[in-house]
Design a protein around this ligand. Structure first.
Ligand SMILES: C[S@@+](CC[C@H](N)C(=O)[O-])C[C@H]1O[C@@H](n2cnc3c(N)ncnc32)[C@H](O)[C@@H]1O
Length: 215
């Protein structure tokens, strides 16, 4: 899954999301913590666009080995996000969270007063052309996100990033294999349908980027 994610992201297919995250975090200083950073692709883009340093947290050592090499100002720690994080109170200017578990109390504790929480999530039409080869996104996901974080954060903005991109058959396979749908490929002839793809596919990539301020 990590190799599929790294190769897929390197193709630039999700670059519009990386650009939006870099814009939103634009003048970050101090420390940016990426909670569930994976290979560090998005955190590295945020650091490129700012003077901040970065800390990537993820439970996957395999992913973090890549993250640690993704940018000179990036450090990485293997950590379960549901445990108290290995950082002090109020140390971060930004917490970034891209398609990863959301621990509201820890987001709140580690952010400095006035700090920014940036959450990226897939929108309901993300990869819709791939049908059941990928997991469906809940129509009310953003609503649930605000409710989950509401005790600790007030939402300040939400932007949408939506593009049609052409994916090669190899990229389609990576898009499927890098996410949880990889665990469901043996059902309903999905693997056979994936194997039968030999032409490029135009697909919708669609995300929301939500920003919150600490209450
Ligand atoms: C869908 S991937 C997103 C990775 C990265 N943010 C990206 O978009 O490329 C979800 C990530 O969350 C991590 N993760 C899942 N549960 C976790 C947990 N309890 N603690 C830390 N990381 C976790 C996984 O290892 C994985 O790297």
């Amino acid at each position: 899954m990590v190799a599929a994610r790294a190769d897929f992201l390197a193709s630039g297919a999700y670059e519009p999301l990386a650009d939006e995250l870099a814009r939103v975090c634009g003048d970050a200083d101090g420390l940016v913590i990426d909670a569930g950073a994976g290979t560090g692709y998005y955190l590295a883009r945020v650091l490129e666009a700012s003077a901040a340093s970065g800390l990537a947290l993820d439970v996957s050592a395999v992913a973090l080995r890549r993250a640690a090499r993704a940018h000179p100002r990036l450090g990485a720690a293997v950590w379960n996000l549901w445990e108290p994080w290995p950082v002090g109170d109020g140390v971060a200017s930004v917490v970034l969270n891209v398609f990863a578990p959301r621990n509201g109390p820890e987001f709140h504790r580690v952010l400095r007063p006035g700090g920014l929480l940036v959450v990226a999530a897939p929108a309901p039409d993300h990869l819709r052309e791939l049908g059941d080869l990928v997991l469906a996104v809940d129509e009310r996901k953003d609503e649930r996100l605000d409710a989950t974080l509401g005790e600790y954060f007030a939402r300040t903005d939400r932007t949408e990033v939506r593009r049609e991109v052409e994916l090669t058959p190899r990229q389609v396979r990576q898009a499927v294999e890098m996410g949880p749908a990889a665990f469901h490929l043996d059902r309903d002839g999905r693997r056979e349908r994936l194997d039968a793809l030999h032409e490029p596919q135009v697909v919708t990539v669609s995300f929301t980027v939500s920003t919150y301020r600490r209450r």
